[in-house]
Design a protein around this ligand. Structure first.
Ligand code: SF4
Ligand code: ZN
Ligand code: ZN
Length: 300
Protein backbone atom coordinates (compact mmCIF):
# COMPACT_ATOMS: atom_id res chain seq x y z
CA UNK A 1 0.00 0.00 0.00
CA UNK A 2 1.35 3.39 -0.99
CA UNK A 3 1.39 6.00 1.78
CA UNK A 4 1.04 9.77 1.53
CA UNK A 5 4.53 11.27 1.77
CA UNK A 6 3.15 14.14 3.87
CA UNK A 7 1.07 12.41 6.53
CA UNK A 8 1.55 8.66 6.14
CA UNK A 9 -2.15 7.98 5.55
CA UNK A 10 -3.22 5.73 2.68
CA UNK A 11 -2.34 7.47 -0.59
CA UNK A 12 -5.14 8.10 -3.08
CA UNK A 13 -3.03 9.61 -5.80
CA UNK A 14 0.29 8.62 -7.37
CA UNK A 15 2.05 11.15 -9.62
CA UNK A 16 4.59 9.10 -11.63
CA UNK A 17 6.66 11.98 -12.99
CA UNK A 18 7.30 13.29 -9.48
CA UNK A 19 7.29 9.81 -7.87
CA UNK A 20 4.87 11.28 -5.36
CA UNK A 21 2.13 9.50 -3.39
CA UNK A 22 -0.44 11.71 -1.71
CA UNK A 23 -3.71 11.43 0.21
CA UNK A 24 -6.69 13.45 -1.04
CA UNK A 25 -6.12 16.37 1.32
CA UNK A 26 -2.44 16.70 0.47
CA UNK A 27 -3.11 16.28 -3.23
CA UNK A 28 -5.43 19.30 -3.16
CA UNK A 29 -2.73 21.24 -1.32
CA UNK A 30 -0.06 20.11 -3.82
CA UNK A 31 -2.25 21.15 -6.76
CA UNK A 32 -3.00 24.60 -5.38
CA UNK A 33 0.72 25.14 -4.62
CA UNK A 34 1.50 24.19 -8.19
CA UNK A 35 -1.01 26.76 -9.50
CA UNK A 36 0.46 29.41 -7.19
CA UNK A 37 4.03 28.59 -8.26
CA UNK A 38 3.09 28.90 -11.94
CA UNK A 39 1.36 32.24 -11.28
CA UNK A 40 4.53 33.53 -9.56
CA UNK A 41 6.94 32.06 -12.12
CA UNK A 42 5.31 33.95 -14.96
CA UNK A 43 4.12 36.95 -12.95
CA UNK A 44 0.55 36.21 -14.01
CA UNK A 45 -1.70 37.64 -11.31
CA UNK A 46 -1.32 39.91 -8.30
CA UNK A 47 -3.58 39.67 -5.29
CA UNK A 48 -5.13 43.07 -6.06
CA UNK A 49 -6.02 42.16 -9.67
CA UNK A 50 -9.61 41.59 -10.77
CA UNK A 51 -9.59 38.24 -12.58
CA UNK A 52 -12.18 36.89 -14.98
CA UNK A 53 -11.99 33.11 -15.51
CA UNK A 54 -13.40 31.77 -18.76
CA UNK A 55 -15.36 28.70 -17.66
CA UNK A 56 -16.79 25.95 -19.83
CA UNK A 57 -18.28 23.72 -17.14
CA UNK A 58 -15.43 21.22 -17.63
CA UNK A 59 -12.84 19.99 -15.13
CA UNK A 60 -10.02 22.35 -16.12
CA UNK A 61 -11.75 25.71 -15.95
CA UNK A 62 -13.80 24.92 -12.84
CA UNK A 63 -10.70 23.58 -11.05
CA UNK A 64 -8.87 26.77 -12.00
CA UNK A 65 -11.71 28.96 -10.73
CA UNK A 66 -11.81 27.11 -7.42
CA UNK A 67 -8.02 27.08 -6.95
CA UNK A 68 -7.80 30.83 -7.63
CA UNK A 69 -10.50 31.53 -5.06
CA UNK A 70 -8.86 29.25 -2.51
CA UNK A 71 -5.52 30.96 -3.10
CA UNK A 72 -7.12 34.30 -2.24
CA UNK A 73 -7.45 35.84 -5.71
CA UNK A 74 -10.51 37.82 -6.65
CA UNK A 75 -11.89 35.74 -9.53
CA UNK A 76 -15.30 35.84 -11.20
CA UNK A 77 -16.44 33.62 -14.07
CA UNK A 78 -17.53 34.07 -17.67
CA UNK A 79 -19.56 31.40 -19.45
CA UNK A 80 -20.10 31.69 -23.20
CA UNK A 81 -23.11 29.65 -24.27
CA UNK A 82 -22.10 28.41 -27.73
CA UNK A 83 -25.57 27.10 -28.53
CA UNK A 84 -24.30 23.56 -29.15
CA UNK A 85 -27.55 21.77 -28.26
CA UNK A 86 -28.06 20.10 -24.91
CA UNK A 87 -24.34 20.12 -24.17
CA UNK A 88 -24.21 23.94 -23.86
CA UNK A 89 -27.23 23.98 -21.55
CA UNK A 90 -25.68 21.32 -19.31
CA UNK A 91 -22.39 23.19 -19.19
CA UNK A 92 -24.09 26.45 -18.26
CA UNK A 93 -25.98 24.65 -15.49
CA UNK A 94 -22.70 23.20 -14.13
CA UNK A 95 -21.21 26.71 -13.95
CA UNK A 96 -24.34 28.11 -12.30
CA UNK A 97 -24.29 25.33 -9.70
CA UNK A 98 -20.58 25.82 -9.10
CA UNK A 99 -20.87 29.57 -8.49
CA UNK A 100 -23.36 28.92 -5.68
CA UNK A 101 -20.53 27.34 -3.67
CA UNK A 102 -18.49 30.52 -3.90
CA UNK A 103 -19.57 34.08 -3.27
CA UNK A 104 -18.66 35.12 -6.80
CA UNK A 105 -20.29 36.43 -9.94
CA UNK A 106 -20.90 34.46 -13.14
CA UNK A 107 -21.34 36.47 -16.35
CA UNK A 108 -23.07 34.72 -19.24
CA UNK A 109 -22.85 35.57 -22.94
CA UNK A 110 -25.28 33.71 -25.17
CA UNK A 111 -24.24 33.38 -28.81
CA UNK A 112 -27.84 32.66 -29.79
CA UNK A 113 -28.72 36.28 -29.05
CA UNK A 114 -25.30 37.85 -29.76
CA UNK A 115 -24.70 36.45 -33.23
CA UNK A 116 -25.66 32.81 -34.01
CA UNK A 117 -25.00 29.43 -32.36
CA UNK A 118 -21.78 27.70 -33.46
CA UNK A 119 -23.53 24.95 -35.52
CA UNK A 120 -25.19 27.67 -37.64
CA UNK A 121 -22.11 29.88 -37.82
CA UNK A 122 -20.24 26.87 -39.12
CA UNK A 123 -22.68 26.73 -42.05
CA UNK A 124 -21.88 30.27 -43.19
CA UNK A 125 -18.13 30.20 -42.58
CA UNK A 126 -15.93 27.82 -44.60
CA UNK A 127 -13.44 27.37 -41.76
CA UNK A 128 -13.60 24.38 -39.35
CA UNK A 129 -16.06 24.82 -36.45
CA UNK A 130 -13.23 25.15 -33.91
CA UNK A 131 -11.63 28.07 -35.80
CA UNK A 132 -14.91 29.97 -35.94
CA UNK A 133 -15.60 29.12 -32.30
CA UNK A 134 -12.10 30.22 -31.24
CA UNK A 135 -12.49 33.59 -32.99
CA UNK A 136 -15.86 34.26 -31.39
CA UNK A 137 -14.80 33.10 -27.91
CA UNK A 138 -11.61 35.19 -27.91
CA UNK A 139 -13.61 38.24 -29.00
CA UNK A 140 -16.26 37.99 -26.26
CA UNK A 141 -13.79 36.98 -23.53
CA UNK A 142 -11.74 40.11 -24.13
CA UNK A 143 -14.73 42.41 -24.65
CA UNK A 144 -16.57 41.27 -21.50
CA UNK A 145 -13.41 41.36 -19.37
CA UNK A 146 -12.55 44.90 -20.44
CA UNK A 147 -16.09 46.27 -20.29
CA UNK A 148 -16.73 44.80 -16.83
CA UNK A 149 -13.48 46.16 -15.43
CA UNK A 150 -11.39 42.97 -15.09
CA UNK A 151 -7.69 43.42 -15.75
CA UNK A 152 -6.72 39.74 -16.10
CA UNK A 153 -8.44 37.04 -18.13
CA UNK A 154 -7.57 33.48 -17.06
CA UNK A 155 -8.25 30.36 -19.13
CA UNK A 156 -8.04 26.69 -18.15
CA UNK A 157 -5.61 25.55 -20.88
CA UNK A 158 -3.68 22.63 -19.42
CA UNK A 159 -0.33 20.97 -20.09
CA UNK A 160 -1.91 18.51 -22.54
CA UNK A 161 -3.41 21.39 -24.57
CA UNK A 162 -0.20 23.41 -24.53
CA UNK A 163 2.14 20.54 -25.36
CA UNK A 164 -0.15 19.37 -28.20
CA UNK A 165 -0.18 22.88 -29.72
CA UNK A 166 3.58 23.10 -29.28
CA UNK A 167 4.01 19.72 -30.98
CA UNK A 168 1.81 20.78 -33.88
CA UNK A 169 3.59 24.13 -34.33
CA UNK A 170 6.98 22.43 -34.11
CA UNK A 171 6.07 19.84 -36.73
CA UNK A 172 5.37 22.65 -39.17
CA UNK A 173 8.01 25.03 -37.70
CA UNK A 174 5.41 27.71 -37.49
CA UNK A 175 7.65 30.40 -36.02
CA UNK A 176 4.90 33.00 -35.70
CA UNK A 177 2.70 30.69 -33.64
CA UNK A 178 5.67 29.40 -31.63
CA UNK A 179 6.59 32.95 -30.75
CA UNK A 180 3.09 33.60 -29.47
CA UNK A 181 3.00 30.40 -27.43
CA UNK A 182 3.55 31.77 -23.96
CA UNK A 183 1.30 31.41 -20.90
CA UNK A 184 1.04 35.19 -20.43
CA UNK A 185 0.02 37.74 -23.03
CA UNK A 186 0.42 41.30 -21.76
CA UNK A 187 -2.34 43.88 -21.85
CA UNK A 188 -2.31 46.61 -24.46
CA UNK A 189 -3.99 47.85 -27.66
CA UNK A 190 -7.43 47.12 -26.20
CA UNK A 191 -6.49 43.63 -25.03
CA UNK A 192 -6.74 42.55 -21.41
CA UNK A 193 -3.81 40.57 -19.97
CA UNK A 194 -4.34 36.83 -20.63
CA UNK A 195 -2.93 34.06 -18.45
CA UNK A 196 -2.92 30.26 -18.35
CA UNK A 197 -2.19 29.24 -14.74
CA UNK A 198 -2.78 25.51 -15.44
CA UNK A 199 -0.18 25.30 -18.22
CA UNK A 200 2.01 23.01 -16.11
CA UNK A 201 -0.80 20.77 -14.84
CA UNK A 202 -2.01 17.84 -16.91
CA UNK A 203 -5.57 17.00 -17.83
CA UNK A 204 -5.40 14.05 -15.41
CA UNK A 205 -4.15 16.22 -12.56
CA UNK A 206 -7.01 18.67 -13.14
CA UNK A 207 -9.55 15.86 -13.29
CA UNK A 208 -8.21 14.49 -9.99
CA UNK A 209 -8.45 17.90 -8.36
CA UNK A 210 -12.01 18.41 -9.59
CA UNK A 211 -13.01 14.90 -8.53
CA UNK A 212 -11.39 15.00 -5.07
CA UNK A 213 -12.86 18.46 -4.36
CA UNK A 214 -16.35 17.30 -5.29
CA UNK A 215 -16.73 19.69 -8.24
CA UNK A 216 -19.67 18.66 -10.39
CA UNK A 217 -18.17 19.13 -13.85
CA UNK A 218 -19.42 18.17 -17.30
CA UNK A 219 -17.49 15.23 -18.72
CA UNK A 220 -18.83 15.12 -22.26
CA UNK A 221 -16.59 16.47 -24.98
CA UNK A 222 -17.94 19.01 -27.46
CA UNK A 223 -19.18 17.08 -30.56
CA UNK A 224 -16.98 19.24 -32.80
CA UNK A 225 -13.82 18.11 -30.98
CA UNK A 226 -14.11 14.66 -32.54
CA UNK A 227 -11.65 13.95 -35.30
CA UNK A 228 -9.53 17.05 -34.70
CA UNK A 229 -5.78 16.64 -35.24
CA UNK A 230 -5.05 18.04 -31.77
CA UNK A 231 -6.62 14.90 -30.32
CA UNK A 232 -4.15 12.77 -32.31
CA UNK A 233 -1.23 14.85 -31.02
CA UNK A 234 -2.52 14.47 -27.47
CA UNK A 235 -2.71 10.70 -27.92
CA UNK A 236 0.85 10.45 -29.27
CA UNK A 237 2.22 12.58 -26.45
CA UNK A 238 0.26 10.57 -23.86
CA UNK A 239 1.74 7.34 -25.25
CA UNK A 240 5.22 8.83 -24.79
CA UNK A 241 4.28 10.07 -21.33
CA UNK A 242 3.17 6.58 -20.37
CA UNK A 243 6.61 5.19 -21.20
CA UNK A 244 8.59 8.20 -20.03
CA UNK A 245 6.75 10.10 -17.28
CA UNK A 246 7.49 13.83 -17.39
CA UNK A 247 7.88 14.04 -21.18
CA UNK A 248 5.08 16.57 -21.74
CA UNK A 249 6.22 18.84 -18.95
CA UNK A 250 9.84 18.69 -20.10
CA UNK A 251 8.90 19.38 -23.74
CA UNK A 252 6.79 22.40 -22.80
CA UNK A 253 8.85 23.85 -19.94
CA UNK A 254 12.15 23.57 -21.79
CA UNK A 255 10.62 25.27 -24.82
CA UNK A 256 9.59 28.18 -22.60
CA UNK A 257 12.97 28.30 -20.89
CA UNK A 258 15.34 27.79 -23.82
CA UNK A 259 13.58 28.44 -27.12
CA UNK A 260 10.99 31.09 -26.41
CA UNK A 261 13.51 33.80 -25.36
CA UNK A 262 15.36 33.32 -28.67
CA UNK A 263 12.15 33.63 -30.69
CA UNK A 264 11.08 36.68 -28.68
CA UNK A 265 14.20 38.58 -29.74
CA UNK A 266 13.07 38.78 -33.34
CA UNK A 267 9.45 39.63 -32.58
CA UNK A 268 7.75 42.23 -34.70
CA UNK A 269 4.66 43.76 -33.12
CA UNK A 270 1.57 43.38 -35.31
CA UNK A 271 -0.14 46.67 -36.18
CA UNK A 272 -3.57 46.78 -34.62
CA UNK A 273 -6.41 49.20 -35.04
CA UNK A 274 -9.92 49.59 -33.68
CA UNK A 275 -12.67 47.85 -35.61
CA UNK A 276 -14.72 50.51 -37.42
CA UNK A 277 -17.96 48.90 -36.31
CA UNK A 278 -17.51 47.65 -32.74
CA UNK A 279 -14.28 49.44 -31.70
CA UNK A 280 -12.66 46.19 -30.55
CA UNK A 281 -8.95 45.65 -31.42
CA UNK A 282 -8.47 44.20 -34.87
CA UNK A 283 -5.76 43.55 -37.45
CA UNK A 284 -8.03 44.86 -40.22
CA UNK A 285 -10.54 47.70 -40.61
CA UNK A 286 -13.42 45.44 -39.65
CA UNK A 287 -12.84 42.71 -37.05
CA UNK A 288 -13.46 39.00 -37.67
CA UNK A 289 -16.64 38.91 -35.56
CA UNK A 290 -18.20 41.95 -37.26
CA UNK A 291 -17.39 40.34 -40.63
CA UNK A 292 -19.14 37.19 -39.43
CA UNK A 293 -22.13 39.27 -38.27
CA UNK A 294 -22.33 40.89 -41.71
CA UNK A 295 -22.51 37.44 -43.30
CA UNK A 296 -25.26 36.47 -40.87
CA UNK A 297 -27.34 39.54 -41.81
CA UNK A 298 -26.81 38.99 -45.54
CA UNK A 299 -28.11 35.41 -45.15
CA UNK A 300 -31.23 36.50 -43.24
FE1 SF4 B 1 -15.54 25.30 -29.77
FE2 SF4 B 1 -14.21 23.37 -31.07
FE3 SF4 B 1 -13.96 23.63 -28.43
FE4 SF4 B 1 -16.26 22.76 -29.50
S1 SF4 B 1 -14.26 21.72 -29.57
S2 SF4 B 1 -16.03 24.27 -27.87
S3 SF4 B 1 -16.34 23.95 -31.37
S4 SF4 B 1 -13.32 25.12 -29.97
ZN1 ZN C 1 -1.57 13.19 3.41
ZN1 ZN D 1 -15.90 44.55 -34.84
Amino acid sequence: MRKCVKCGKKAQVYLPQYRLSLCAEHYLEWYENRVERTIREFNMIKKEDRVLVAVSGGKDSLSLWQALNKLGYSADGLYINLGIGESSQKSQKACEEFVKRWNRELHVVDLRSEILPIPQLKEIDPRPACSVCGTVKRYYMNKVAREKGYNVLATGHNLDDESAVLFSNTLSWNIEYLRRQYPVLPEGDGFVKKVKPLCKLSEKENALYAFLSGIDFVEEECPFAEGSTSIDYKLYLSALEERMPGTKLRFYSEFLRKMHPILKESEEKPTLQKCKICQEPSSSEICAVCRLKEKVYIQR
